[in-house]
Design a protein around this ligand. Structure first.
Ligand SMILES: NC(=O)c1ccc[n+]([C@@H]2O[C@H](COP(=O)([O-])OP(=O)(O)OC[C@H]3O[C@@H](n4cnc5c(N)ncnc54)[C@H](O)[C@@H]3O)[C@@H](O)[C@H]2O)c1
Length: 300
């Protein structure tokens, strides 16, 4: 018995890294999985069917159910075909894990237009397009009188929650994904769909050159990408039906619940301020807080 017995899931960008771990765990918990991956290089160029097919083969070798999909999830047509394949192959869709991503890190003053456009497209449209077609699927089932239990799990990043140097394109897309999570959670709750996001930290080709992520000999490998998947399986389960619009930083054995933007200071009166008055009042707006760039990264 798995926590996802009888469920049908899509995982985008599932041929490698975090998405691969998610697909394997969802399948081992009983879900039938559409393993989507274009097989792109880290920067998004070229295509290769082998990563998705290998994950499908791994799932089938352990007795699970899976099918490969090689569509670009950031195109309208590709996203439509992806959701259709889940319904045509396994009869319905229950879980959408939006995970596919690429990187083109550059400082803002060096960034090319294509670096901006491609990263925003793969991450932000690559989240929205499959969500659009999944949402339409769940809404039509709900309108037909079915008691739907749908799940979307998005993949944001601390880069999006805090803003990272050299990642204007990526951070803006990941911040957009956080906001998209709140929008979809508000819109789809009435048709039985929860929408949450994770911001993972793991050792993949995306991060191996960024931080030192040593593998501890014999001990728990806190940077293993497979550590992220259990949180996704939990959020995908029926037991998580009351969790929606939430963002979790996930790494190793840590799960941090993040708060959305919150009000932390106030200036208020019943008339319009002048710039000079705001200059004079600013210290009371910040109080004891620093008015400099906020620190980076989740801490507890
Ligand atoms: N690794 C980390 O520490 C970390 C941190 C924060 C966020 N993330 C996010 O986690 C997700 C997974 O990243 P990863 O580290 O496993 O990277 P990865 O490069 O190992 O995997 C990403 C996969 O997405 C696929 N892909 C790219 N464009 C696609 C498209 N248009 N359609 C379908 N598939 C596509 C790639 O072929 C690749 O297999 C990404 O969204 C990434 O931004 C990762």
């Amino acid at each position: 018995m798995g926590v996802l017995d009888g469920k049908v899931a899509i995982v985008t960008g599932a041929g490698r890294g975090i998405g691969r771990g998610e697909s394997l765990l969802l399948a081992s918990e009983g879900a039938s999985v559409i393993v989507n991956d274009v097989g792109a290089e880290l920067t998004g160029q070229s295509a290769d069917q082998r990563p998705a097919q290998q994950v499908v083969d791994e799932i089938k070798a352990t007795g699970g159910q899976a099918a490969a999909n090689y569509d670009d999830c950031s195109t309208w047509k590709g996203a439509e075909q992806l959701v259709s394949q889940a319904v045509d192959t396994f009869g319905k869709l229950d879980i959408l894990v939006n995970n596919a991503g690429i990187l083109r890190d550059k400082m803002s003053f060096n960034m090319e237009e294509s670096d901006w456009d491609d990263v925003i497209r793969v991450h932000l449209k690559g989240h929205f397009a499959p969500s659009h077609f999944a949402a339409a699927h769940w809404r039509s089932r709900s309108k037909a009188g079915e008691d739907v239990s749908g799940r979307i799990i998005n993949t944001s990043s601390e880069a999006g929650l805090y803003g990272n140097v050299g990642q204007a394109n990526y951070s803006a897309a990941k911040a957009g994904i956080a906001s998209l999570t709140w929008v979809l959670a508000r819109e789809l709750g009435k048709v039985g769909v929860t929408v949450n996001a994770i911001a993972p930290r793991a050792r993949t080709r995306m991060t191996e050159n960024l931080f030192a992520m040593s593998t501890k000999e014999g001990g728990f490998d806190e940077w293993a990408p497979e550590n992220v998947a259990p949180v996704v399986a939990w959020l995908a389960s029926d037991d998580a039906k009351d969790i929606s619009g939430q963002i979790f930083v996930v790494y190793g054995g840590a799960v941090w619940l993040m708060s959305p933007f919150t009000t932390v200071g106030e200036l208020r009166r019943d008339s319009r301020w002048t710039p000079k008055e705001l200059i004079d009042a600013a210290p009371s707006l910040f109080g004891d807080r620093s008015s400099g760039v906020p620190p980076f990264g989740a801490q507890f």
